[in-house]
Write a protein that binds this ligand. Structure first.
Ligand code: COA
Length: 168
């Protein structure tokens, strides 16, 4: 289930954010202390209010196990997709399920023209999810901030909606 992030998600967010391997795969900074959780929630809510992003908490059995985010481009009906799950829930199809749900929302409800996504080249699970959901490889690049080899993908609305229909 996807829902808006809330205050009591902060401890679970902090546990995920301080998983060094997960943060490195996602290209996220590792926070120093729990106060970063308040900033995460405030930023998430502010970006929603500003129309810059929608972030959902992913719930399973009433536990917040991850987040999935659409970050909107300024000049087009496009958004970047990003997701993070707690390690205990990796490899059970939950990342694919959440991504499929958000892709459907992006094209059917928000009527976006395109979704984009980036992943570090060593992030096999992420690359697999994007390929399964129909994202096409756009280019390889090196992240100048850390020298990581990365891949960029895009999914157009036509391809996305017909793939979702065929997988329904
Ligand atoms: C990326 C992430 C969200 C994936 O979620 P998940 O629920 O574990 O992924 P799923 O189980 O839905 O699917 C992963 C797919 O990758 C495959 N996969 C995972 N690890 C793999 C590996 N090392 N080698 C080959 N395939 C692998 C799985 O078999 C599955 O493919 P399948 O459906 O064809 O069997 C999760 O691993 C995560 O949070 N990682 C850390 C943060 C991160 O990397 N975020 C993404 C930034 S772009």
């Amino acid at each position: 289930m996807l829902r808006a992030p809330r205050q009591r998600d902060i401890p679970a967010w902090f546990a995920r954010a301080t998983d060094v391997e997960s943060a490195s795969l996602a290209g996220d900074p590792v926070p120093d202390d729990m106060s970063a959780g308040e900033r995460w929630l405030a930023r998430s809510r502010q970006r929603l209010a500003d129309g810059k992003a929608i972030q959902w908490s992913i719930d399973r059995a009433s536990e917040a196990i991850g987040t999935i985010t659409l970050s909107f481009a300024t000049d087009a009906k496009a958004a970047a997709l990003g997701f993070v799950l707690a390690r205990a829930h990796w490899g059970q199809g939950l990342g694919s399920e959440a991504a499929r749900e958000v892709i459907r929302y992006a094209f059917e409800t928000l009527a976006l023209d395109q979704l984009t996504a980036e992943a570090v080249t060593r992030n096999v699970a992420s690359l697999r999810i994007l390929a399964k959901l129909g994202f096409k490889h756009v280019e390889s690049f090196v992240d100048e901030s850390d020298g990581e080899h990365c891949e960029r993908f895009a999914l157009d609305a036509d391809a996305g909606t017909s793939l979702l229909a065929s997988q329904a």
